[in-house]
Design a binder for this molecule. Structure first.
Ligand code: ADP
Ligand code: GLC
Length: 484
């Protein structure tokens, strides 16, 4: 099959969260199974400097944007066999210090930046010599691609590829006022209606994707059910319920080429389930690096996260207030909401021997934290899939998660299966519920036989991409059948 993926983030070129990891791993896995894969993504600042192999295609994107014409070059990289990355090279839109915004403010021209990106994807699908069977778009930034292709197909009697939308996070929808957004799309007026791109009087990119795609997926089975409810539906639940027949939840896999404990340039000491003792050496290195007392008998908790509401970083703060009286350590690596950043820095000042708050983004440190700590905290309000809990499992670090979305689908609690348990789960979104889960972890830490058994279960749990890729291929086939 020929598959064109469209994403605003792609590891190792650009990343703010799991989207980058997921699309990169999906692309590699499809390519390794012999499919021809292209990925379209913006050419952000710094990519050319880091990847000198990029070369410019003899191809130009030329599209209307409201009353003007915008053009961009396309740079390509043969990333590996069967996998080519197409970078949309428009410095005016993408040569910026960040991907979506700075200082917690989104760039004011994000509507133009991502309408243009979606138009570039549709342009490639239509005019480039390599013709995909499937165009698989990710999240709101590429959400307009299916409707743009539909419109083009109507105009030119073009047999457009089938389209698939993956929702990685329903909370980000790309919803803008009609005046700001609709003229940029250059779509005919009839598309602006409640059955089309319109939502509550504005244009909603994710909703457009939901309405116009041939198939919809999201990143875990439980989240697929949750988003059809009012509680988790972010106002789009009625529309999703109407599309439930083409909505599938597929749990993300883990790219074990990147996230492993045996061949990993970021780790000081490599280990396997058979040499778990060496994990403690990583813990000591980490404690030293963070300036915390070096002592492997102190239970160490941590998290690596975007500091946003979704992740429950507020209840972590509350639970730690209660729990830090105990003998324990905690490390946070994250960035985001300035107020939450300040709260974590203040916690560190108050408990300098127990808490380390690293504000920032640091890939290498994220690996060392996963390997060094004993328990990973992920008490999300909602979690479409979540990758960190699966990375933790592979690193023999016990995840403490709330029963929601992909967290529930990927972690096994003692109460669910004594023999296969690999994590601690709790249900209620509250500080006391998290504090109670942390207390359970402290007891587990003092019960070495069970703790080791759970760590071995964790390290041997398998979330490789083979199963996930097979599920995506089934969705692609169904989508192809629909348009054929
Ligand atoms: P989300 O995509 O909602 O942020 P995921 O768990 O799916 O959540 O993926 C988050 C990814 O981003 C993981 O690879 C995680 O390690 C990474 N990440 C998040 N914050 C940071 C940070 N401050 N430094 C390094 N990596 C980070
Ligand atoms: C989103 C979700 C996260 C998921 C990731 C990759 O950012 O918040 O749960 O793991 O996408 O699919």
């Amino acid at each position: 099959m020929k598959i064109l993926l469209a994403t605003a983030e792609l590891h190792p070129f650009s990343k703010t969260g799991g989207l980058a990891d997921m699309v990169s791993a999906l692309a590699k896995s499809l390519a390794s199974e012999g499919h021809e894969v292209g990925v379209v993504t913006p050419l952000y600042r710094g990519i050319v400097d880091r990847f000198s192999e990029l070369r410019r295609l003899d191809y130009e994107v030329v599209v209307p944007m409201n009353g003007t014409i915008e053009t961009s070059a396309i740079q390509t990289l043969e990333y590996r066999k069967n996998l080519t990355v197409y970078f949309v090279d428009h410095p005016g839109y993408y040569d910026r210090a960040a991907l979506y915004g700075e200082e917690n403010m989104e760039y004011p021209d994000n509507p133009s930046r991502f309408v243009f990106f979606s138009k570039a994807v549709a342009h490639l699908a239509r005019y480039f010599s390599w013709r995909p069977d499937i165009v698989h778009v990710h999240d709101w930034q590429a959400g307009l691609v299916p409707v743009l292709m539909k419109n083009q197909a109507l105009l030119e009697a073009w047999n457009a590829p089938s389209s698939v939308l993956t929702i990685h996070n329903l909370a980000y929808q790309g919803h803008y006022s009609r005046a700001r957004m609709f003229p940029l799309t250059n779509l005919p007026e009839e598309f602006f209606n409640p059955l089309g791109v319109e939502f509550n009087g504005g244009v909603n990119c994710l909703k457009s994707g939901i309405v116009y795609s041939d198939a919809i997926t999201t990143v875990s089975p439980r989240y697929a059910r949750e988003i059809c409810t009012e509680e988790y539906g972010c106002s789009l639940d009625p529309i999703l319920r109407g599309r439930q027949n083409i909505l599938t939840g597929i749990l993300n896999g883990v790219d074990y080429e990147e996230w492993n404990t045996t061949k990993n340039i970021h780790l000081h000491h490599h280990y396997t389930p058979k040499s778990l003792k060496k994990k403690a050496l990583n813990k000591r290195e980490l404690q030293h690096e963070l300036g915390l007392p070096v002592d492997e008998t102190i239970p160490m908790f941590g998290t690596v996260t975007r500091l946003v509401d979704q992740k429950g970083v507020d209840i972590i703060l509350g639970a730690l207030e209660e729990m830090l009286a105990c003998n324990m350590q905690f490390v946070l690596l994250g960035s985001g909401d300035p107020e939450i950043q300040r709260a974590y820095l203040s916690l560190e000042r108050r408990f300098p021997k127990k808490v380390c708050s690293r504000i920032g983004y640091d890939l290498a440190l994220s690996h060392r934290i996963e390997a060094g700590i004993d328990f990973f905290l992920m008490p999300s309000r909602f979690e479409p899939c979540g990758l960190n809990q699966m990375y933790s499992l592979r690193y023999g670090t016990i995840p403490i998660v709330r029963r929601t979305g992909g967290l529930d689908d990927s972690v096994v609690d003692l109460t669910e299966n004594l023999g296969r348990a690999d994590g601690i789960k709790f249900s209620e979104f509250s500080m006391p519920a998290l504090a109670k889960a942390i207390k359970k972890a402290l007891v587990l830490f003092e019960t070495p036989d069970l703790f080791d058994k759970m760590r071995v279960n964790a390290m041997t749990a398998d979330f490789s991409w083979k199963r996930t890729t097979a599920d995506y291929l089934a969705v692609y086939r169904a989508a192809l059948g629909k348009t054929e």
